[in-house]
Write a protein that binds this ligand. Structure first.
Ligand code: NOJ
Ligand code: NOJ
Length: 518
């Protein structure tokens, strides 16, 4: 037994080295072309249009009430995946639920009177009520009395506590939930403007934020948690390492900033001042995640890992409102910040060479950029293969690959809205990679560019086409039914890990939404 493990490991290494030595992957190509798996040939636009409907349908299938995969779950729960074994993801994670519910809030906000919205309204109200219950449910992270219980990462589908051992607490959950519920409150109020200040709102409306009843006020409880615990260490979004994390800090800062504005709207000025003060401290702390010697942000402070991590992209995306921001001021490390762009570049370079399926990226008609769409995983050192852990077990993830396109689309949307592209020395490696072999590459130097400049036009075009490149990778590895699991195999490209991962659908929908704004 003791000999077997190193032997197996050695055999694995040999196979792995062998796999890496085959650049174009005839084996993988043969599997992808298996006629049984033959997929219709859609253009990216056609496919996105179809896949958008499929993704929403499959996402809602994991949400109670109404979802076909969650008939025994408590109303308002969002399970991570219908997979009950190998792996068992049939739980409600506070993070996954808040992130994917925010996609539903966006759809609701688009048109509260659309027939879909009346269904969403029921789901969102149930989500809010259930969060109130979960907050008050005593669990292994703690209780409601000192708010420690709010750091619990996951619950059973029926709303009871999960008591197994786990990486807890995780301090991003309350922040993400507050962000989602604040967006819902704003969207709801926008369609029922008199409710905000009157006492006639639906029962659930005031408890979302009620200065008079803080103990019963869901958003306020989360904001109190964030404002008191943001500088305490906890587990990262991948549930593996304890410390202080970029993703967590980014969503906490956004929650506090929006929370301060909300508190003011409800005349809770003491709380507004407190959230503003804590947000200021957190904002001063965030630059600790910039590692000048590495030239990119790092996900976890004082960690043995490289720090390159898809959590950097997700922290930027979920930490910065996409549009209709009600809080003035620019969030730090927004998708268009130099630090995020060069970190994205470093992550892409790492993952491109790490995964065999990335070694032959699809040729793009516009010419090839060193910044081409590739499958992105969580972080270089990842060993979780979707079922268990194996050496070199990490694979590309759908949600990480989608998040790269969303970053690029959001940069493009930002440039369009502001008509200003600021190129600095710090961001230069990114722009060089993006514009390599573009007509205006020769003009690239630090400075300010606007829509009248050829360089600006080229940048916009490239952001969109490279963003599409990442979605092409998602398209390529999505099965014929349009289902998205958690990961796709680094060698064969086939889906693996928890099937129908709610977050995979949510991240895809968000990326497509960002694309629509470009
Ligand atoms: C399950 C966790 O959710 C995942 O993030 C982790 O990588 C694996 N367990 C292995 O620890
Ligand atoms: C594992 C991921 O690492 C974690 O972020 C996620 O919350 C759970 N799976 C559930 O999807």
């Amino acid at each position: 037994m003791t000999l077997l493990v190193p032997l197996l490991f050695a055999a694995y290494l040999v196979l792995y080295a062998f796999a890496l030595a085959l650049p174009p992957f005839p084996h993988a190509a043969a599997i992808e072309q298996n006629p049984l798996q033959q997929k219709p040939q859609y253009s990216l636009d056609e496919w996105l249009q179809r896949e958008e409907d499929i993704a929403l349908d499959n996402l809602l299938a994991n949400v109670a009430p109404f979802g076909r995969n969650v008939q025994d779950a408590a109303p308002g729960s969002v399970i991570a995946s219908p997979s009950k074994e190998h792996p068992n993801y049939y739980y409600q994670w506070v993070r996954d639920a808040a992130i994917t519910t925010s996609t539903l809030v966006d759809l609701y906000a688009d048109d509260p009177f659309d027939p879909l919205s009346s269904k969403l309204d029921i789901i969102l109200n149930a989500y809010a009520s259930l969060q109130d219950e979960l907050q008050h449910t005593k669990n292994p992270s703690g209780t409601f009395a000192d708010l420690s219980g709010l750091g619990e990462p996951k619950f059973e589908a029926d709303g009871t506590p999960f008591i197994g051992s786990w990486g807890r607490p995780q301090r991003d959950g309350p922040a993400l939930r507050a962000i989602t519920l604040m967006a819902y409150l704003r969207a709801y109020n926008a369609s029922n403007p008199s409710l905000w200040t009157s006492d006639e709102g639906p029962d659930w409306f005031k408890p979302l934020y009620d200065p008079r009843m803080p103990a019963n006020s869901i958003i306020k409880a989360d904001l109190e948690y964030v404002s008191h615990y943001w500088n305490a260490s906890g587990f990262d979004l991948w549930e593996e390492v304890q410390g202080l994390h970029f993703f967590t800090a980014m969503v906490q800062l956004r929650a506090l900033r929006e929370g301060a504005a909300l508190a003011l709207a409800f005349d809770d000025s003491g709380a507004a001042a407190w959230y503003t003060q804590q947000a200021g401290l957190l904002e001063k702390f965030l630059p600790s995640f910039w590692d000048a010697s590495k030239g990119h942000l790092i996900e976890t402070l004082s960690s043995a890992r490289s720090g390159l991590d898809c959590g950097l992209l997700l922290g930027s995306l979920h930490g910065s409102p996409a549009a209709n921001n009600t809080v003035p001021g620019t969030p730090p490390y927004a998708p268009y910040s130099d630090e995020i762009l060069v970190s994205l570049l470093a992550l892409v370079y790492d993952q491109r060479n790490r995964f065999p399926i990335n070694s032959a990226p699809p040729a793009s008609p516009e010419g090839t950029s060193p910044l081409e769409g590739v499958g992105l995983g969580r972080y270089p050192e990842d060993v979780y293969d979707g079922y268990g852990t194996t050496p070199f077990g990490g694979n590309p993830w759908f949600l990480c690959t989608s998040s790269a396109s969303e970053i690029l689309y959001r940069v493009a949307a930002h440039l369009q809205e502001t008509d200003e592209l600021e190129i600095t020395e710090l961001g230069m490696p990114f722009w060089e990679a993006l514009l390599a072999d573009a007509p205006s590459f020769a003009d690239l130097k630090p400075g300010s560019y606007g829509s009248k400049d050829g360089l600006f036009v080229d940048v916009l075009e490239r952001l969109r086409s490279v963003g599409d490149g990442f979605l092409e990778v998602v398209k390529k590895h999505t099965d014929a039914e349009g289902s998205l699991s958690e990961q796709f195999d680094r060698v064969t490209g086939f889906e693996r890990g928890a099937r129908d991962l709610t977050w995979s659908y949510g991240a895809f929908l968000q990326a497509v939404r960002a694309r629509g704004r470009v």
